[in-house]
Design a protein around this ligand. Sequence first.
Ligand code: HMG
Ligand code: MG
Length: 333
Amino acid sequence: MSEEAGSGGATDAGGGAAGAGRTAGLPMAVASEGLPPRVRIHEVGARDGLQNESAVVPVEVKAEFIHRLAAAGLTTIEATSFVHPKWVPQLADAEQLFPMLKDLLEVALPVLVPNARGLDRALELGVRRVAVFASASESFARANLNRTVDESLAMFGPVVARAREQGMHVRGYLSMCFGDPWEGPVPVHQVVRVAKALTDLGCEELSLGDTIGVATPGHVQNLLAELNEEGVPTHVIGVHFHDTYGQALANTLAALQHGVTTVDASAGGLGGCPFARSATGNLATEDLVWMLRGLGIETGVDLDALVATSSWMADRLGRPSPSRTVRALTHKG
Ligand code: HMG
Ligand code: MG
């Protein structure tokens, strides 16, 4: 990678000369060997981001957010969760929201479903893509799903089977892949066991969650190699980094070097997890797009439109976006 590519762009943008809508040509694209030509961004801001807001965002604002994300070129936008409304009141409007997205015919709109009741609700609305969400640690399985790890897998089994029978695409999230706030570091073999269980249940895609943001690049590559060793191929794996310690981009690059081509990110860096207080926002989609653009990797995303969307959402939420790229490109000084 060339230093020029990053520092030249960042200086121009951060100096106030760029401003929103002035990113043409920035950052300079300089390819780095061994990276994929294209990355699919799995946008989670509307779900992972908004589930963590203390205030409930009005359903019309959520619908507009998702439409704006689609207009910015995102093709996979996780819309909401069909979980117990008492557990996540921020997403209790899933039944109102989903029909408001019916014009987004070209966009994949996955939703989270934890159990049969969640799948029933999703099927009633014509949802085509669902995600179940397991944990590599017992503590988080208990906090998030009121179940042990194995009890949660038993709950997911019939859900995944029925969803696949209905022709749905099923993603399996796996949380706490690198560390857990109650248990500390999570052994790799423990992660691999649950990952394999999810793929054995029939999940076509596996998203490795660094729920509290404690992963570092060597750890990421080690886990990916172990998963491959145990028969989970790289092409089914996506990565889901939270940016608590500022490692999300470094970890993403490590995953790309390993061959991963699906990266979860959240517009404006919104996010966290109400059941793991030490989780902060996800990797910001803008920061990801900036890096990928600099590496000459295609995403199909219009960065200016995305920054404008996250600025608009930050105004709705009443606080600035934590994304460095959003801040740099909207800096007026
Ligand atoms: P439970 O209390 O054990 O539920 O919660 P239950 O199965 O005993 O059922 C109790 C009642 O809830 C019943 O109603 C059910 O019908 C109802 P009653 O008979 O008492 O009137 N119920 C539901 N209602 C609506 N929708 C449903 C549903 N399920 C049951 N789907 C449960 C178990 C799984 C439901 C609960 O723990 C839950 O909703 N958990 C969701 C937690 C969550 O959404 N967490 C955030 C997402 S995970 C995440 O953010 C991590 C990720 O980003 C990756 C990473 O960063 O690592 C994905
Ligand atoms: Mg998450």
